[in-house]
Every structure is written in C-alpha cells, then in structure tokens.
Design a protein around this ligand. Structure first.
Ligand SMILES: *Cc1c(COP(=O)(O)O)cnc(C)c1O
Length: 337
C-alpha cells in the first residue's frame, strides 16, 4: 500500500531509531532530561526565540498557546479552515472559554485588512479580540504558503492593537524550503510558534512550542495540567533532533512530487479542479457525480490510500516514506485512471 492519507503516517528510519536508542534521558517533569533540554535549546536558537517546550502533539502546543494568550470571553481571529477551529475538538472553548471570529480567507490565507476589519470595538456586549492565529502551510487551504511580506502588516497590526500573534507552523518547514526564508525571521514575527516534528519531518511523536521565557514558563504549567508532563521522553526528543538536523531540506522533494501529481490531475476529466499546489498537499474536487467514497475505494483497490476532504473532495499528502518507485506507480495510476 502507498499511504498518502497524511504525512503523519511516516515511521522512524533506521538512523532515527539508532539516535533514539542512544539517547541520554532523565525525568523531564524535573527538567532533567538532557535530550529534551538539547532539543528545546536547539529549536529555540533556530527560531531566535528565548525558549521552547516539547509537547506530545501539535494540538497540545496550539491549545496551550491559545490558553496562554487569552482570558475567558476573549476571541481568537483566524481563517475558518484553520486547524485550531476545525480539528482540535473545539478545545478553544473547552480549555480557554474563548470564541472564534472566523474569516473567509483565500485558500486558508487571511490578510491584515481582513483582520483589521474583524477586530471588535470595546463594548460590554462583545468578546475582546485578543489573538490572531495564522497557519503555514494551510492544511485545508491545499498546502498554501504565506511569504513573510504578507505577515509583516499582520504583525504591525497586532502590535498596534495589542493582539498576540500565534503561528500554527505544523508544516512551516515545507514552506521555508520553498521560499528560502529563515526560521529566525519567522520567529521574530510571532509571539509564539508551534512546529510539528511528527509530520513530514518523520519523527514518531512530538511538537514544539516556541516563545519568550515568560510565555514558555506559563506554557510549561499548562502542559502539566493538560497531562502532557512526560518523564523519559528524551527517546522521543532524540527523534525530533534527528528530524530537525536531517529531514528539513528533503521536504523539497515532497513538495515537488505533490506539484507533479497536481499537474497530472489538472489535465484529467475525472477531476473538476485542483487547488493550487504549493507544498506537499494536493486537494482536488472530483467531476460530475463521482463521490469521494467511490474514488477512494477504487484508489485503494489500486494500492493507494488517500483521504476525503468533502463529499467530492480528496486530499493526497506526500512524505518521506514515499519511494521513487511508489511515486512512479501513483503517477501511472492517476494518468491512466
Ligand atoms: C497536524 C496538524 C496540527 C497538530 O496535529 P497533532 O496531530 O495534534 O499533532 C496542527 N495544525 C495543523 C495545520 C496540522 O496539520
């Protein structure tokens, strides 16, 4: 089976497993796991942030960030396709008691003008606009990419209006290998950043939350109350360190393969339309009466797994466990459907 359901399906390579096996560990609740400490220091310096926090998942890093930046009755401004709104079990309401002010962006991307128009005036009967969340790349937006010049006016607006700015950078490195922009320039533009190690970077578990020392101190407490204080998790942090040092540049291969598949699909009469492919995600709508369920069943029969993103919408995601031979088969099958 060629598994294109997500880039989360990747499994640790032999070299990553060897790094995990060799990890020095300790009890991280007491701050005594040297490998976790090394990962946090490495990631913080990569992004030019004071501190980082290793967490079990990207849902947890995002939810901690929302909780740390807001009070109950505040609101979060983000695109309506955002992971924090769509796919985190409504945790913003549960953990933080906040509401969402959802914007209709373009392929998941929102602008400073849209945000400025959405910030609420100070009345008793309105929630307080407190936090903006940007997603890069935008998952449900088809893997679309923000460039820094699009972020600068959003940063300036948030600073002027006293709003915090959080980046859900689950797949940020898929964007940075395309734009050539640096992690530290992205670090400077946001109050907090979440990075997934368990997507295209290939680690089995883990996400990082980055911010200043005061924010991470608060975040560490919130991680504990959410049940995310781990003990000898340095074995997992070793995989994350390996991923950051070895698996970033090769994300360009996944992006290139997705573009190739998007270009094939765009020429096919079973496809109605393909979202612009900018990174490792291909989202397309099926033509006529073809349902996503029927298409996926037929696709599975040919040895490929994908996922439905709507009644007639499919997502295929490229990642480091797709071999050159598998890629050839995917091209062949979609070309000769
Ligand atoms: C995967 C993902 C997350 C975090 O997901 P976890 O499965 O909880 O690690 C957050 N944001 C985006 C955009 C994602 O794709």
């Amino acid at each position: 089976m060629i598994n294109l359901i997500s880039d989360t399906v990747t499994k640790p390579s032999q070299a990553m497993l060897a790094a995990m096996m060799a990890a020095e560990v300790g009890d991280d609740v007491f701050g005594q796991d040297p490998t976790i400490n090394e990962l946090e220091t490495y990631a913080a310096s990569l992004f030019g942030k004071e501190k980082a926090l290793f967490c079990p998942s990207g849902t947890m890093t995002n939810q901690i960030a929302i909780k740390a930046h807001t009070q109950p009755l505040d609101e979060v401004i983000c695109d309506y396709t955002s992971h924090v709104y769509q796919y985190e079990t409504g945790g913003y309401a549960f953990h933080s008691g906040v509401s969402m002010n959802l914007l209709q962006g373009t392929n998941g991307k929102i602008t400073a003008d849209q945000i400025a128009a959405a910030i609420k005036p100070d009345f008793d009967w309105l929630p307080v606009s407190r936090l903006v969340v940007i997603e890069n790349t935008c998952n449900k937006g088809g893997g679309s990419i923000y460039q820094l010049p699009e972020i600068q006016p959003i940063r300036a607006l948030c600073s002027a209006k006293g709003l915090a700015l959080h980046l859900d950078g689950a797949r940020l490195f898929n964007a940075l290998v395309e734009t050539g922009e640096s992690p530290s320039d992205w670090g400077a533009a946001f109050d907090s950043i979440s990075i997934c190690l368990s997507k295209g970077l290939g680690a089995p578990v883990g996400s990082l939350l980055l911010g200043d020392a005061g924010f991470i101190k608060k975040a560490r407490r919130l991680r504990k109350v959410m049940g995310g204080g781990m003990r000898q998790a340095g074995y997992l942090a070793a995989a994350g360190l390996y991923a950051l040092k070895n698996n970033v540049d090769r994300l360009a291969i996944d992006n290139e393969r997705a573009r190739k598949i998007g270009a094939i699909l765009a020429t096919k009469d079973y496809v109605e339309s393909v979202r612009p492919v900018q990174s490792n995600i291909v989202i397309f709508d099926l033509a006529g009466e073809i349902t996503a369920a029927d298409f996926l069943e037929k696709l599975e029969g040919k040895g490929i797994l994908g996922v439905a993103f709507g009644p007639q919408t499919i997502r295929l995601t490229f990642h480091l466990d797709v071999t050159e031979e598998m890629m050839g088969r995917v091209e062949d099958i979609l070309e000769n459907w």
